[in-house]
Design a protein around this ligand. Structure first.
Ligand SMILES: [Zn+2]
Length: 93
């Protein structure tokens, strides 16, 4: 999709806020080689708000790796933040 080529590398989802900024979802990567995603990060370009959701979650005492659930939680946060954030995007220098 050529319309998505303007997205920064690694952005898996982008939400437009009511203020005209964007909330980007990216995966945080480990420093291992090859890097492996360990969390999903939602970050607002208009204000300092961020939300990091770990791909590892404890469920009934055992740790499970669930990146899809982390993505889903991050999307919910990004969606609700986009609906309320009125910060304008930072001017690009
Ligand atoms: Zn914001």
């Amino acid at each position: 999709m050529s319309t998505q080529t303007a997205w920064p590398t690694g952005v898996i989802a982008r939400y437009l806020t009511v203020g005209g900024a964007t909330v980007d979802l990216t995966h945080r990567l480990t420093v291992h080689n090859p890097p492996k995603p360990f969390a999903t990060l939602a970050s607002c370009a208009g204000c300092p708000a961020t939300e990091e959701v770990s791909h590892y979650r404890t469920n009934w005492g055992s740790e499970e790796h669930n990146p899809e659930a982390a993505d889903a939680d991050a999307r919910i946060w990004a969606q609700s933040h986009a609906e309320t954030c009125r910060a304008l995007p930072k001017p690009t220098a």
